[in-house]
Design a protein around this ligand. Structure first.
Ligand SMILES: [Zn+2]
Length: 101
């Protein structure tokens, strides 16, 4: 194949298609891994185990938000979105405390 513009563009198209196919396959594989990990971890050895000291995490309510607190080191683990919820709840509490609106 000569390196005419047409040939070059054809090669580029082929590479692009291979990239797109690879990316799609990789994305699909990662999604499968994520789902498998989720199913495994919800019943597995690390479920509700403190990532810092290995103690047993207990669910408790903080400002109406369910959080996980370690029974050994008292560390707190927040799931996705819980920090934002707590920050919002805390903001409301401060407003009430200082009488701001
Ligand atoms: Zn701990």
């Amino acid at each position: 194949m000569s390196m005419t513009d047409k040939g070059y563009n054809e090669l580029e198209r082929i590479f692009h298609e291979r990239d797109a196919a690879w990316l799609a396959a990789r994305r699909e594989a990662l999604n499968r891994e994520r789902q498998a990990l989720k199913e495994k971890s919800s019943k597995g050895a690390f479920w509700m185990i403190c990532p810092k000291c290995g103690g047993q995490m207990k669910e408790e309510s903080l400002h109406g938000v369910m959080i996980d607190r370690c029974g050994s080191c008292a560390g707190i683990y927040l799931d996705r979105g819980e920090f934002e919820l707590l920050a919002r709840a805390q903001q409301g509490g401060l407003k009430r405390l200082f009488g701001a609106s």
